[in-house]
Write a protein that binds this ligand. Structure first.
Ligand SMILES: Nc1nc2c(ncn2[C@@H]2O[C@H](COP(=O)(O)OP(=O)(O)OP(=O)(O)O)[C@@H](O)[C@H]2O)c(=O)[nH]1
Length: 213
């Protein structure tokens, strides 16, 4: 039996099943969007001087979710204000948005409300949004507590976790969770319950024994 939106043969050949999803990284300049993507794609950290993204860049990564191949096309957007009109044009086609702030930069956290307004204005209504507090490896210069991130995410009804492109903390998990949500939305049976993204990440973090104090 073929599913409607994909070319998946769900019962007979699940491994041949695949679909493409667009995931967009957004947030202020310098929060670590490019580094998060490089960590996810190549397993490395871009140390050294900070080169700001110009316009938009993208990379693909195929993930296997329950024997289904989910190809993520990940768009790394420029956080700088002067490229905003370029990024606006891409929102409409995004299936998921990873919205980042930097836990060592209060302004990047305060700007999350403005980013969410912009998402509301330009993205599809049912877009998956996840808030990420990046640079969680930094201890001495941290100015945004994890609880503050959780509170803001709750207020806007979006899932949340802290990440570190430097140490790799929760990077794979953030993309896996989004890929699972997208796979679920695309392939779910009518009577199947909704995928609970926050529950999934909390459970995975508990299993890994990390990140919740
Ligand atoms: N300690 C630490 N530094 C990080 C982390 N992620 C990124 N950085 C540093 O933060 C700076 C900015 O990272 P980028 O990934 O280029 O930031 P960006 O959000 O892509 O910036 P724009 O392209 O201007 O939008 C770089 O100097 C990185 O080395 C992290 O998780 N921990």
């Amino acid at each position: 039996r073929k599913t409607k939106k994909t070319n998946c043969l769900t019962f007979y050949e699940p491994i041949h099943c695949h679909f493409l999803s667009q995931v967009m990284l957004v947030g202020d300049s310098g929060v670590g969007k490019t580094c998060l993507l490089v960590r996810f794609k190549d397993g490395a950290f871009l140390a050294g001087s900070f080169i700001s993204t110009v316009g938009i860049d993208f990379r693909n990564k195929v993930m296997s979710i329950d024997a289904v191949k989910v190809k993520l096309q990940i768009w790394d957007t420029a956080g700088q204000e002067r490229f905003r009109s370029v990024t606006h044009a891409y929102y409409r086609d995004a299936h998921a948005l990873l919205l980042l702030y930097d836990v060592t930069n209060k302004a990047s956290f305060d700007n999350i409300r403005a980013w969410l307004t912009e998402i509301h204005e330009y993205a599809q209504q049912d877009v998956v949004v996840m808030l990420l507090g990046n640079k969680a490896d930094v201890t001495h210069d941290r100015v945004v507590k994890r609880e503050e991130g959780e509170k803001l995410a709750k207020e806007f009804g979006v899932p949340f976790m802290e990440t570190s492109a430097k140490s790799g903390l929760n990077v794979e998990l953030a993309f896996t969770a989004v890929a699972r949500e997208l796979k679920h939305r695309t392939m779910k049976e009518p009577d199947e319950p909704k995928f609970q993204l926050q529950e999934y990440v909390d459970k995975e973090m508990r299993t890994a024994g990390c990140c919740r104090s």
